[in-house]
Design a protein around this ligand. Structure first.
Ligand code: PLP
Length: 506
């Protein structure tokens, strides 16, 4: 180790926030990430490592002596990057996207640089007030009714994930009802979703103490595009009431995880209203699209819901993590989550003029996520955010067009946003080889196709099974994805299909 280097390390240890050292190392990390973005197409999209690979490469104990950032970054390149599945690759079409942008990345740096803990207003007034402001901005972009905005006595909060948002609203709904009818009734409470609802609802219900037998996954069908039918919901509620149970909460989804299905918000709210059920709208992925006037109709009826959430970290150019939750009645959250520790008491809270976000969430501590969202909204503006989303939807239409030209394939469910669910059709007949008409054979064929696609490292996609059909989800929404990537991905799909079935002759 050189003398200069050891001086530097000693200095770092003395002042972990030395501003010149921060500047030096910070530039190196930004350069590292910039090069990562430049080179991202070179990496296999889905990590190709075997389980336990990292244990073989990293020492068993933490270093006793400090190590320079140069060495650490070299190890990131050599040992960490190979174990990454490159979510930001333009060939990553798996799950739903996890967006990032220059604005949000730099917003994250501001958030982590200031490192304030805005659990209540006084702990950092700007953190709370900026969150109030951006949540109202975004609420207006979505044309949420005034009753969801701070300006209309509702309000929004940034949570980490939809899982948090669903948990908080289930607990708020539970306490609101039990405070009225008595806590012993908890065993009778029932929550509702469809068989397409995200498993966050099951987890939330479990944590909230809802009896495991009282979580309804109302069946959906292909003929209704896997949307929750208001009639089926009503039937489920009626039979629960006849059994002496008490309906509590409905989670309706706009853009389901498996297939992008949209539950009919307005008609479901009408049913829920008849039974006094709290309605939460989970628009984790598709909510972003609803800032475009042409997609806004998918959340029509939201004015009758109690709460609404979506994840800008999925499709609105915001780095993980960021889930926006609005409620009409913040007091339902505050009554469920407020705490009264002496050390947190202050005059601003006593004045009741401020929001203390610690009372709108499970933990006390909270990051200054609003600054990241603020940078995104200001840096891109509504116009560019809309165009960004529209372009992905147009790419999805283009991909559907490519599928339509090859009769071996079919789109399984109607596309609404930028998710295309397709498969090798059971009726594919190619050069005398046939994909057996049996659905189960088709399922096996598609499973094999997906495996070979992902093993190739050239693209990454995931699957879903709806109505017994195994389908490949092609989810467009990563910021670096362009038409050429869509076309290349389709070529890769055809290439591996050719290898399995024989070449398709026009
Ligand atoms: N809800 C829907 C409709 C989703 O698609 C997802 C994830 O893809 C989630 C909830 C879970 O979101 P989170 O990871 O933010 O909890």
């Amino acid at each position: 180790m050189s003398l200069a280097q050891s001086d530097q390390e000693r200095h770092c240890m003395m002042n972990p926030l030395d501003h010149e050292e921060f500047r030096r190392q910070g530039h190196m990390i930004i350069d590292f990430i910039a090069n990562y973005y430049r080179d991202i197409e070179k990496y296999p999209v889905r990590s190709q490592v075997e389980p336990g690979y990292l244990h073989k490469r990293i020492p068993e104990n933490a270093p006793y002596n400090p190590e320079p950032i140069e060495t650490i970054l070299q190890d990131v390149q050599n040992h960490i990057v190979p174990g990454l599945t490159h979510w930001l690759s333009p060939y990553h079409f798996a799950y739903y996207p996890a967006n990032a942008s220059i604005a949000a990345s730099l917003g994250e740096i501001l958030c982590t640089g200031f490192n304030v803990d805005g659990f209540n207003w006084i702990a950092s007034p700007a953190a709370t007030e900026l969150e109030n402001i951006v949540m109202d901005w975004l609420g207006k972009m979505l044309e949420l009714p005034e009753s969801f905005l701070f300006s209309g006595n509702g309000g929004g909060v940034i949570q980490g994930t939809t899982g948090d948002a669903v948990l908080c609203t289930v607990i708020a709904a539970r306490d609101q009802l039990l405070n009225r009818i008595g806590r012993d009734n908890i065993v009778k409470l029932v929550v509702y979703g469809s068989d397409q609802t995200h498993c966050s609802l099951h987890k939330a219900a479990k944590i909230a103490g809802i009896h495991p037998n009282n979580v309804r996954s109302v069946k959906t069908t292909k003929s209704k595009a896997f949307a929750l039918s208001p009639d089926s919901l009503r039937s489920a509620i009626i039979s629960d009431k006849e059994a002496g149970l008490i309906p509590l909460y409905l989670c309706a989804t706009v853009g389901t995880t498996s297939s992008g299905a949209v539950d009919p918000v307005g008609p479901l709210c009408d049913v829920a209203e008849d039974y006094g059920i709290w309605v939460h709208i989970d628009a984790a992925y598709a909510g972003s699209a609803c800032i475009c006037p042409e997609f806004r109709h998918f959340i029509d009826g939201v004015e009758c819901a109690n709460s609404f959430s979506f994840n800008p970290h999925k499709w609105l150019l915001t780095n993980l993590d960021c889930c926006c939750l609005w409620v009409k009645d913040p007091s339902a959250l505050v009554n469920a989550f407020s705490t009264d520790s002496e050390y947190l008491k202050n005059t601003a809270t006593d004045s009741k003029q401020v929001v203390d976000y610690k009372d709108w969430q499970v933990p006390l501590t909270r990051r200054f996520r609003a600054i990241k969202l603020w940078l995104v909204l200001r840096s891109y503006g509504v116009v560019n955010l809309r165009n960004y989303l529209r372009r992905h939807v147009e790419m999805a239409k283009h991909f559907e067009g490519l599928i339509a030209m090859d009769k071996r394939f079919e789109v399984v469910v109607p596309r609404k946003f930028s998710l295309v669910c397709f498969r090798i059709s059971p009726s594919a007949r190619v050069n005398g080889c046939s994909a057996d008409d049996e659905e189960s054979t088709a399922n096996e064929l598609n499973r094999k196709l997906l495996k070979s696609l992902n093993d190739s490292g050239r693209v990454c996609m995931t699957h879903a099974i709806v109505g017994g059909i195994y389908m490949i989800r092609f989810s467009i929404g990563q910021p670096l994805t362009d038409y050429r990537h869509i076309e290349m991905a389709w070529k890769v799909v055809q290439e591996y299909t050719d290898a399995m079935l024989g070449t398709y002759l026009k």
